[in-house]
Unconditional design. Structure first.
Length: 503
């Protein structure tokens, strides 16, 4: 799914109206009724009992609000409307005012006289914001944010610009839910904005497909629909050699579980064979914990030193639980230099830390190696950033300079490729912020690489599957008790689900 900017959204709006032969009010009516239906469906058990206040601005986002108010009233809900006093409203806003009685107009210094509970639907501003709101808006936004019930924003939390990072201090609505039209917006995906965006849902309002196709963008939101062409079914004539042989390289005393989980995840994700290259102390752990894996031992008891690994593995997942002992760093560096140019690599955890402390090693990474840092590891690699947008720019520059793929882990993990494209993931949940999740991801992506997926596809698909397995696991154990092993247990559901959706 593409992520477009405000100018592009306006063009797609206009072209939809032209190509469908409808007028702009009809498009607004369609969009609004889709929001109305979503609200009623999502909150059907409580919304009938509670007051609904809709706060509207002078533009088309306000027009949506007025239409939603009318539609809810027609269905018998208890709705109050507050509309900003203005010299000028958009034409469709005016049309919708004419279709509604009992509108209460307000000025910026007024008390909005909001109900004490229920729902507040925020339709002050959508994608038409030209700059951040000035201080004179503080009173209105504060009254909205102080509302004790549920705050739902239409298209955007008002005050948040489409492709900006909002400051904690800014005049921005803090929505518990955002219904956004047709496309996710960049600002909704940035971790720093999570305070304004409890959750969001993209509502398909049927904008013109050809017009959307024409819009170029480097930002995409990854959903099942765009992955189905990737996931391949397995031929009846295949054998274990067909799907590649992964080497998981890592482990140290006290951190063998990381290798166990990465190894298990790799095989569960479809590669034919998996070998763990570990220090001696991990032998029993691996052989007993996961008998399907093969084990190659370093000469050292408690850490990796030799890196005597043959170079015919189809893909390598390196770094999980590996530690940064001096001898490990030396052995790892020599091994990197010995790699064939076309080797396929995933680097995680201590492999990343070693590289950020020994930058000269970067040049030995084969092109399109995949690096999977969490925010702290990323900071060590690309330096400090000012905000999430700056982080993305720095990540793009790093990826391009070194011809590597970055998987920035977090809510809506972002995959950045050397061409400067960014793919935001749509799966996963806060229960996944626990130890071991990264090891599982390393296993999944290495496995996909070994199966012949190109690096970008393996990263995008791997991150999606990882989050999806987390979501299936959450259905069983909830967010609080979710651990990485649960996620491995649900990899099968994640793959089957994606295959089913693509049939
Ligand atoms: N395809 C779709 O997605 C559809 C979207 N719809 C809805 O339309 C809005 C966008 O509507 P638009 O009228 O373009 O913009 P807004 O409603 O967001 O608000 C624009 C008004 O806000 C004023 N403005 C802008 N910046 C500021 C600011 N910093 N301070 C104060 N006021 C500001 C601006 O006024 P000016 O006088 O400054 O021009 C605008 O009047 C979209 O989000 C959807 O909700 C349609 O319903 C159909 C399909
Ligand atoms: K809004």
């Amino acid at each position: 799914m593409k992520i477009l900017n405000a100018d592009q959204l306006k063009i797609v709006d206009q072209e939809t109206i032209q190509n469908e032969g409808i007028n702009s009010w009809e498009l607004m009516e369609r969009a609004s009724s889709i929001v109305t239906t979503a609200i009623i469906d999502d909150y059907f058990d409580i919304i009938k009992e509670l007051p609904i206040a809709i706060v509207c601005g002078k533009g088309n986002n306000g027009g949506d609000g007025l239409a939603i108010a009318r539609q809810l009233m027609d269905s018998g809900y208890d709705v109050e409307v507050r509309l900003l006093k203005a010299d000028r409203y958009t034409a469709d806003n005016q049309l919708n005012q004419a279709k509604l009685e009992n509108i209460q107009y307000f000025d910026l210094e007024d008390d909005l006289d909001l109900p004490l509970e229920g729902f507040l639907i925020d339709c002050l501003f959508g994608y038409g914001m030209s700059s951040a709101l000035s201080d004179e808006w503080r009173g209105v936004i504060e009254q909205i944010n102080d509302f004790q019930g549920r705050i739902i924003s239409v298209d955007m939390p008002s005050g948040l610009m489409l492709d900006a990072v909002g400051n904690f201090e800014d005049n921005i609505v803090r929505a518990s839910k955002v219904y956004t039209f047709q496309f996710p917006k960049l600002a909704l995906l940035l971790p720093e904005n999570s305070i304004f965006v409890g959750e969001f849902e993209v509502l398909d309002i049927g904008l013109d497909e050809n017009s959307i196709l024409k819009q170029g963008t480097s930002y995409r939101y990854v959903e099942a629909g765009m992955l189905d062409i990737l996931l391949r079914s397995r031929s009846r004539y295949s054998h274990k050699g067909t799907f590649g042989h992964v080497a998981i390289i890592g482990g140290s005393l006290g951190k063998m579980g990381a290798v166990l989980m990465a190894t298990k995840s790799a095989l569960k994700s479809g590669c034919g064979l998996v070998t763990a290259y570990i220090p001696k102390c991990g032998y029993n752990v691996l052989q007993i914990g996961f008998p399907e894996a093969m084990v190659l031992l370093d000469s050292s008891e408690e850490k990796l030193v030799d890196f005597q690994i043959q170079d015919d593995f189809t893909a390598y997942g390196v770094g999980v639980g590996m530690g940064k002992d001096e001898e490990t760093v030396r052995g790892f560096g020599i091994w990197l230099q010995s790699l064939a140019e076309d080797s396929k690599l995933v680097l995680d955890a201590d492999a990343l830390n070693i590289i950020s402390e020994n930058e000269h090693l970067l040049k030995y990474l084969p092109n399109n190696s995949i690096l999977t840092p969490h925010p702290k590891e990323l900071k060590r690699l690309i330096g400090e950033w000012e905000n999430d947008l700056d982080k993305l720019e720095k990540a793009k520059a790093f990826s391009n300079e070194n011809q590597l793929i970055l998987v920035i882990k977090g809510a809506n993990s972002a995959i950045v490729n050397p061409a400067g494209e960014v793919y935001f993931n749509s799966t996963g949940n806060p229960g996944m912020a626990t130890g071991g999740m990264g090891d599982v991801l390393t296993g999944i992506i290495s496995s996909l690489l070994a199966q012949g997926y190109n690096a970008l596809d393996a990263a995008v698909l791997g991150v999606y599957i990882h989050g999806s397995a987390g979501d299936f696991a959450k259905d069983w154990v909830g967010e609080t008790s979710l651990i990485a092993s649960d996620l491995i247990d649900h990899l099968a559901s994640a793959f089957m689900n994606l295959l089913n959706e693509s049939e």
